[in-house]
Design a protein. Structure first.
Lengths: 366, 184
C-alpha cells in the first residue's frame, strides 16, 4: 500500500470515527460560566504558563508571583472595608504597596502579556478584580481580553502598569472618574479594549500618571451595573497605592558574561553601552519576539492566523517608539478630529503616549 | 484586510466576497466535525484537539461579521486551528485545559477508534510542521492545492514541494513501521 493510499485510508478512518461525534453547543464567550471557574482554577494552579515574557537574564517571567507577601493591614481608608477584610499587597520586585478588599481577586499572571514599549519598559505589575481573572485572550495581547470577556455587569477590573519614565499626569490626591482624561475619539486604550474584547458596554478609565519620577498607568473597567459603593471601593484601592518603604530587591546573577568584562551583568544595557536597538524576530509561523538588550526585557506576542507567507510585519520607528504591525499608524490627540497618520501600514501593538494622546490602531480606525 | 482593521487573522482583500451570509450556528454545525478532525490529526490527542477546535470557533464567532461574507469561512477557521495546532504555546495552554476537563469525565481513546490510522497521523505529526499542515489539509480536509496554499499562507508551488517531501519521508517511515510490525 503506497503512502497516498495509507493517508487516504487514515483520513477515512478518522472521518468515520468522527461521524457520530456529538456537536457541542455553539461556542460563546464565557461570562462567569464554568469556563471562568476552570481557567481561574488553572491560574491558581499555575498550569497555564506565562511564557510570553522573559527577562533577558534568562529567568522565566511567569507572572506576578515574585511579589513577596500579602499581609493584613491597618489601612483605614473610608472607601475600603475594615482592616480585617483587606489585604495589603507588597511588591518587593516593583517596590510598591497597595491595599484591596480580601474578597477581590488578584491575578497570578500578567493578564495582557503585550509587546508594549521596550524603551519605556512598561510592565503590568498588578491586576485586581471582583471576579476570577483569566489571563490572555484570543487576540490583542496588549489588552486583557479574557478578563474583560469574563467581567460581569457588577464587576470591576483594575490593572496597574509601571514604566521607567517619569512622565504623565499628576497623581491625584484622591482618585475618581475625574482623575482620568476624557477618552479621545479614537486611538486610545479603551478603544482597543472595546475592539479586542467586543465589550463596548463597559465603562473604561485609563490614565497615565507620574509619581515620584516613575510612570504609573491605571486601567479600570466597570461593568454597567456597578454600584456607587463598589466604585468608591475601587478608587480607594488606587488611593492606597504607594511606593514601598523597602527598596526593591535586586537580582544577582551567579553567572558571568563574556560580552563586556567589567560590566554589571545584572543591570543596565546588555552590551555595556546602550545600543538603542530593539531586535525583532518573526518566527515565521505565528508570532513575533522583541528583545530590548538595553532594558533587558523581551516579549513574545502570538498572532492568530499569522503564517509564513502572510503580510510581513512592518516596523516603524516613531520618535522613541517602535511600532510593529500591518496597517496605518495614527497619532491622535484628545481633541476631536486631530488624527495624524504617521506610518502605513497599521500597528498592532502601540504604547499609549502620556498626557493627552495615544496611538490609534487599525482597529480603532475601523 | 478589512484594511483598516488590524485583526491579522485573515486578509479579507485576498478573498473575494461572492456569497450571502450564513448564520454562525449553521456554519458551526456544518464544519465542527471536519475541523475537529483536522485538529486531531495535528495534535497528540482528542481532548487537546477539542480545546483547539473550540478556541478556533470562538475566534471565528468573534469575527463572524467579517468572516461570514468570505468566499470560504471554512478555510479561515481551518487556518486558525492549523496554526494553533503547531504553536507550542497554544497547544500547551489547550493541553492544560484539556487535562483539567478530562478529570471530570472518562477519557475517550482516539487511538483505539482509529486503529492503524493513528499510526499514520503520528508519523505525519513528526514531519516539519509546515509539511504536516499541508498533508493534513490535503488528505484529511481533502482541500485542493489552491485552498491549502491559502490556509498555510504560501504559494501552490510551495505546497506541492512540501507535499512531495512529506510523501517521501512518510514512505520511508511507514515502510519501516510495517517491517517492524512483521518482525524485522
Amino acid at each position: 500500500m503506497d503512502v497516498d493510499e495509507r493517508l487516504r485510508r487514515a483520513a477515512h478512518q478518522l472521518s468515520a470515527s468522527l461521524a457520530g461525534e456529538r456537536i457541542p453547543d455553539t461556542p460563546r464567550p464565557a461570562r462567569h460560566a464554568w469556563m471562568s471557574a476552570v481557567v481561574g482554577a488553572l491560574v491558581t494552579l499555575g498550569t497555564v504558563g506565562g511564557a510570553a515574557m522573559l527577562l533577558m537574564d534568562g529567568s522565566p517571567r511567569v507572572g506576578l508571583e515574585s511579589v513577596s507577601s500579602t499581609t493584613e493591614s491597618s489601612f483605614t481608608a473610608t472607601t475600603l472595608p475594615p482592616a480585617a477584610d483587606v489585604i495589603q499587597f507588597v511588591s518587593d520586585e516593583h517596590g510598591f504597596e497597595i491595599t484591596y478588599p480580601a474578597d477581590w481577586y488578584r491575578a497570578d499572571e500578567i493578564l495582557a502579556p503585550a509587546l508594549t514599549s521596550p524603551p519605556q519598559q512598561l510592565e503590568e505589575v498588578l491586576s485586581l478584580g471582583t471576579f476570577p481573572l483569566r489571563p490572555g485572550g484570543v487576540e490583542c495581547p496588549h489588552v486583557p481580553v479574557n478578563a474583560l470577556l469574563d467581567l460581569g455587569s457588577d464587576d470591576v477590573l483594575v490593572s496597574i502598569i509601571l514604566g521607567n519614565q517619569g512622565t504623565g499626569d499628576r497623581w491625584p490626591t484622591a482618585f475618581g472618574a475625574a482623575s482620568f482624561l476624557p477618552t479621545p475619539a479614537a486611538g486610545d486604550a479603551p478603544i482597543d479594549a472595546q475592539t479586542c474584547s467586543g465589550r463596548s458596554d463597559l465603562d473604561y478609565h485609563v490614565g497615565v500618571f507620574a509619581l515620584d519620577g516613575r510612570q504609573v498607568q491605571i486601567f479600570v473597567a466597570f461593568g454597567a451595573g456597578v454600584d456607587d459603593t463598589t466604585r468608591a471601593q475601587t478608587w480607594g484601592i488606587l488611593d492606597s497605592f504607594t511606593w514601598a518603604t523597602t527598596s526593591p530587591t535586586t537580582t544577582t546573577l551567579t553567572t558571568t558574561t563574556t560580552l563586556r568584562p567589567g560590566a554589571d551583568p545584572a543591570t543596565g544595557p546588555l552590551f555595556g553601552d546602550p545600543s538603542d536597538v530593539v531586535l525583532l524576530f518573526d518566527d515565521g509561523i505565528d508570532g513575533v519576539l522583541a528583545l530590548d538588550p538595553d532594558g533587558r526585557v523581551g516579549s513574545r506576542s502570538v498572532i492568530d492566523g499569522q503564517v509564513a507567507g502572510s503580510s510581513p510585519y512592518r516596523m516603524t520607528r516613531v520618535g522613541d517608539t517602535l511600532v510593529v504591525g500591518w496597517a496605518a499608524s495614527t497619532q491622535s490627540t484628545s481633541a476631536p478630529g486631530s488624527q495624524r497618520c504617521w506610518a502605513t501600514p497599521p500597528s498592532t501593538f502601540q504604547p499609549r503616549k502620556p498626557t493627552g494622546f495615544g496611538w490609534s490602531t487599525g482597529q480603532a480606525a475601523a | 484586510v478589512a484594511a483598516s482593521e488590524s485583526s491579522e487573522l485573515v486578509r479579507v482583500d485576498d478573498v473575494p466576497v461572492v456569497r450571502g451570509v450564513e448564520s454562525f450556528d449553521a456554519f458551526f454545525r456544518r464544519e465542527y466535525r471536519d475541523v475537529l478532525g483536522l485538529a486531531v490529526v495535528l495534535t497528540r490527542n482528542r481532548a487537546v484537539a477539542e480545546e483547539l477546535t473550540q478556541e478556533a470557533f470562538l475566534a471565528t464567532f468573534r469575527h463572524w461579521e467579517r468572516v461570514a461574507p468570505l468566499d470560504s469561512p471554512g478555510a479561515w477557521v481551518r487556518r486558525v486551528v492549523s496554526n494553533r495546532s503547531v504553536s507550542t504555546f497554544r497547544r500547551s495552554a489547550a493541553e492544560a485545559r484539556a487535562l483539567l476537563r478530562l478529570n471530570s469525565y472518562a477519557s475517550r481513546s482516539t487511538a483505539t477508534e482509529l486503529g492503524d490510522g493513528m499510526e499514520v497521523w503520528r508519523e505525519v505529526r513528526r514531519l516539519p510542521r509546515r509539511q504536516a499542515q499541508v498533508v493534513a489539509l490535503t488528505y484529511f480536509a481533502d482541500l485542493p492545492r489552491r485552498e491549502v496554499a491559502e490556509i498555510v499562507g504560501c504559494s501552490e508551488e510551495t505546497v506541492k514541494t512540501h507535499l512531495e517531501r512529506a510523501r517521501r519521508t512518510l514512505a520511508g517511515r511507514l515502510m519501516d513501521l510495517g517491517e517492524d510490525r512483521h518482525g524485522r
